[in-house]
Each structure stands twice: as C-alpha cells, then as structure tokens.
Design a protein around this ligand. Structure first.
Ligand code: ZN
Ligand code: ZN
Length: 237
C-alpha cells in the first residue's frame, strides 16, 4: 500500500487536523501536542466497555473487577472490549465528518491512529474484521465507515466475507436502550470458517454494545474461539 500512502501525501499535505502545524513522520492526523488533548477514555469495564462512574473507580482500583453492574444484567458474547476515546469533540465531529461528509481519508487515518495507539495492547488474533452493515444500508450510504477504519488499521483491504448482516434493522440511534437489544436480534450470520478462530471486530462507536454483541453471538454460534471488540469511541446512552 505504499503507493496509496504516497498518493495521500501528495494530495493531502500532512498537517495537524487540529492546529494545522506540519506533522512529523511518526505523527498521524494530529501533532504530539494535540494528541495529548484528545478525549481518551479514562476507565471502563474491560468486560463490556461500559464507562464507569467516578464512584466505582476506587472500588475498581482496589478490587480490580473485570465486570460491572451492566455486565451482571446483560449476557455478552464478546470476551473483552477495547476502547480508545470517549465520544466527545473532536472525535465525535470527525465521526460525523466521515458519516455525513464522506471523508474517507479521515476514516482511513483514524484506523492508522487506532493501530498506533492499540498495537501493544491487543491480543493476538487470527482475523480482524469490521462490523458489517446490511446490504440495504450499505447501498443507501455507499460505504461502511468501520470498513474504512479497519482498512487503515490493517494497512490493507479487510476481508469481510465471514460475517454478514442479514437483517436490515432500524438505526439504533432512533431507539431506546431496551429497544436496541430487540432491534438487532439475530441480525448477523457468520460463516463456518470462523470455527476455532480468534477474531477482533472493529467498530467506530459503541453505545449499548447490543449490535456488537449480536455480531459476536453469530461468530460464537459458528464456533469462534474468542471474540474481541475494538471501538474507536464509546458514547454513553
Ligand atoms: Zn496540533
Ligand atoms: Zn461491564
């Protein structure tokens, strides 16, 4: 993909997306200074990705729990969740630029940034895939932002034939928390090839985790060994 990188350099001069300062070679999207100011998520449940209340922090630090009250109420099929940012500006603005402004380069670069931040923290897996959209939604929107982020993360086009979204469901954002779990029920189908594989699913924004959970369920039902989730950002419901 070196030609693609050169292509990007040529058409999109590399300057910090926030302060416009020229970027150094190892800096991606933002300069070192602006990077420190990004809304990194501080503490969240490593089992389900739920951002924890301040009051819980002490408890967590002392007892090192790997579940929260949300996990206790809800069965999750994924094994572990990794999240980088809170869904706050500028991350939330950038995700909107991708979704509504079709800024594909931004999605790709966020994928590279995600890799740079997380590469030491993620478990070894056999397969890294984006969370799929339904065919209908893909046609309406023309692209899957998670696919583009995963493309940047991998540095190559992701293989996305092992997990399909077979049901076209209402956008989760229009629904209440309870309705979201019902809405995506059995929306995914995985291929037999995922058997005994460890898989990482990449998504842009995780909210209740309902959609990612259904995707994980489909993978586990076909015998996937481990399913991990990596979300760029977590928004609170
Ligand atoms: Zn900057
Ligand atoms: Zn939890």
């Amino acid at each position: 993909m070196k030609w693609f990188k050169n292509f990007l350099h040529f058409f999109f001069p590399e300057s910090c997306k926030i302060c416009q300062k020229p970027l150094k070679d190892e800096e991606i999207l933002v300069c070192g200074n602006c990077f420190k100011g990004l809304p990194f998520i501080k503490i969240y449940c490593s089992r389900c990705g739920n951002p924890l209340e301040e009051a819980l922090i002490d408890y967590l630090l002392n007892k090192s729990i790997s579940y929260c009250s949300y996990c206790e109420r809800q069965k999750f099929y994924f094994d572990k969740v990794f999240i980088v940012f809170s869904y706050k500006s500028p991350i939330s603005d950038w995700i909107n630029e991708i979704k509504f402004g079709k800024d594909f380069v931004l999605a790709y670069k966020l994928g590279i940034l995600l890799k740079q931040i997380m590469k030491e923290k993620l478990p070894e897996v056999d397969l890294i895939i984006p969370l799929p959209l339904s065919l209908k939604r893909l046609r309406e929107r023309g692209f899957n932002q998670s696919f583009l982020i995963t493309w940047g993360f991998l540095g190559k086009k992701p293989f996305d034939k092992f997990l399909h979204r077979i049901l076209h469901t209402k956008p989760q954002a229009e629904l209440s928390q309870k309705e979201r779990w019902k809405n995506v029920k059995n929306a995914f189908l995985a291929k037999d090839e995922v058997k005994e594989k460890s898989i990482l699913i990449i998504d842009d924004v995780m909210t209740t985790g309902a959609t990612l959970n259904e995707a994980s369920k489909a993978l586990k039902r076909k015998g996937a060994d481990k399913v991990y989730v990596l979300a760029l950002a977590r928004s609170t419901f």
